[in-house]
Design a protein around this ligand. Structure first.
Ligand SMILES: [Zn+2]
Ligand SMILES: [Zn+2]
Length: 370
C-alpha cells in the first residue's frame, strides 16, 4: 500500500472498523498524492469534517446575554440592519465603534469619502441611538484604497476636518494591506496626524503575510515615536499575540464565524495570556460576519470557566480604557442614558417606516457581572 507521509498512521484509530465496513474492500485514493487511504485515515478526515461543521453550528447557536455590559469596538454598522442593532442591544452591547474602512469596492473620488465620513459621524450615530446603542467611530484612510495615489492625497487633506468631530475616538483603521510603498507613505502620514490631534490609533493588520506585516506596523509606529499604550493592533492571531503584547500594544481579536478564530481559540488565548490589553470584536460588516460575536465569545469564555472579571475586562473595560482616552467615549453615556425616542428625526429623516415609535429609556445595570 502507498502511504502518504503527512497522513495519520493507520494502526491507532479505534473507529477504523466502522469505516472499513462502509467501504467494504473498495479503495479510495488521496486527491493530492494518489496514494490509497486506509480506513483510519478516512475516519480521521471524517472526524475533522464533522468537527468543523460542529464548530460552525456551535458558534451560530451560542446563546447571548446575561454576562453584563459589552462594547463591540470594531463594527462596520453601516453595512448592518436595524435587527442587528436590536439583537446587539438585547445581548448586552451598550456601545459600538465603527472604524472607517473601504466598502467592498474601490471608491473613485474624494467626495464619496467625505459623505462616508459624514455618515459615520452623523446619521449612523443617530440610527444606533434609536436602538439604545452609543455609536463612536474612527476616521482614517484605509490601506487598500491608499494605493490610489491621487485619491489618497485628497483624502489625507480632508481628514483633519473629521478628526475633531464629536464621537471620533481614534485615527483608524490604518496600516498595511499589500504592504506597498504607497501604503507605507499614507500610514506614516496618518501616524503624524494622530500625534497632531492627540488621538489613539486603531491598526488594521494585513490578512496576507500577517506576522511580517504586524511586525513592520509596530516598527513604523515606534520609528514615529507613537506610544503603544495609545494604539490597538487589531485582527491578531496566535502568531502575533505574544509580540504585540510584549511590545506594549493593545491586542484585539476579530471573531468571524466559521473560521479558526471564530471557535474556542480565543477562549484558549485568554486562558494563556490573561485579559490585560486583550480586546474582542466582531468587525461585523458586509461580508460573512456576526454582530453578536462579542457576546457569543463571552459566553464561550464563561463556559470554559474563565472568570467573570476576566471576561468583563476583555469584552468591555479594555475597549473603554483605550478608546476612552480622548474623552469622547464615556461610561456615563450609557449609565445615564438619554431616552430612546424614535419620534426624533435626523435632518428630517426617521428610522421608522410607518411603525409605532418607541419612546423609552434603556437601563443597563453596571453591577451585573455574571
Ligand atoms: Zn480591518
Ligand atoms: Zn474593519
Amino acid at each position: 500500500m502507498t502511504t502518504h507521509p503527512s497522513h495519520p498512521s493507520s494502526d491507532k484509530d479505534a473507529h477504523a472498523s466502522s469505516v472499513e465496513e462502509m467501504f467494504s474492500g473498495k479503495s479510495v485514493s488521496c486527491p493530492c498524492c494518489g496514494g490509497t487511504f486506509t480506513p483510519s485515515m478516512l475516519q480521521k478526515i471524517m472526524d475533522d469534517a464533522a468537527h468543523l461543521a460542529l464548530n460552525k453550528k456551535d458558534f451560530r447557536a451560542i446563546p447571548t446575554g446575561g454576562l453584563g455590559m459589552m462594547i463591540d469596538p470594531h463594527a462596520h454598522m453601516t453595512a448592518r440592519t436595524t435587527d442587528d442593532y436590536e439583537a446587539m442591544a438585547q445581548a448586552g452591547i451598550v456601545a459600538v465603534i465603527e472604524p472607517a474602512f473601504w466598502l467592498g469596492q474601490m471608491r473613485t473620488n474624494v467626495g464619496t469619502f467625505i459623505d462616508y465620513f459624514s455618515t459615520i459621524t452623523g446619521f449612523e450615530r443617530f440610527r444606533a441611538g434609536q436602538f439604545g446603542i452609543r455609536h463612536y467611530c474612527t476616521i482614517g484612510m484605509n490601506p487598500k484604497e491608499a494605493n490610489n495615489v491621487a485619491l489618497a492625497e485628497e483624502v489625507l487633506a480632508v481628514l483633519p476636518r473629521y478628526l475633531t468631530k464629536e464621537g471620533v475616538v481614534a485615527v483608524g483603521e490604518i496600516g498595511y494591506d499589500e504592504q506597498t510603498p504607497q501604503e507605507d507613505k499614507v500610514f506614516r502620514a496618518q501616524i503624524e496626524l494622530a500625534k497632531e490631534f492627540d488621538l489613539p490609533i486603531m491598526i488594521h493588520t494585513p490578512h496576507r503575510d500577517k506576522t511580517r506585516g504586524t511586525q513592520r506596523t509596530m516598527d513604523v509606529l515606534e520609528e514615529h515615536g507613537f506610544d503603544p499604550a495609545r494604539c490597538v493592533i487589531d485582527h491578531n492571531n496566535e502568531e502575533t499575540v505574544r509580540e504585540v503584547l510584549d511590545r506594549g500594544y493593545w491586542c484585539a481579536f476579530t471573531i468571524y464565524p466559521s473560521t479558526k478564530m471564530g471557535n474556542e481559540r480565543l477562549a484558549a488565548l485568554v486562558q494563556q495570556y490573561g485579559a490585560e490589553r486583550v480586546i474582542v470584536d466582531s468587525s461585523c460588516d458586509w461580508g460573512v460576519s456576526d454582530p453578536l460575536a462579542v457576546p457569543k465569545t463571552a459566553r464561550l469564555m464563561a463556559d470554559r470557566g474563565i472568570s467573570a472579571d476576566t471576561i468583563h475586562q476583555v469584552v468591555y473595560k479594555n475597549a473603554l480604557a483605550i478608546y476612552g482616552l480622548n474623552g469622547e467615549m464615556h461610561e456615563s453615556h450609557w449609565l445615564q442614558p438619554q431616552a430612546i425616542d424614535q419620534r426624533t428625526l435626523y435632518e428630517g429623516n426617521s428610522v421608522l417606516r410607518g411603525q409605532e415609535p418607541k419612546v423609552m429609556t434603556r437601563t443597563v445595570d453596571a453591577n451585573v457581572i455574571r
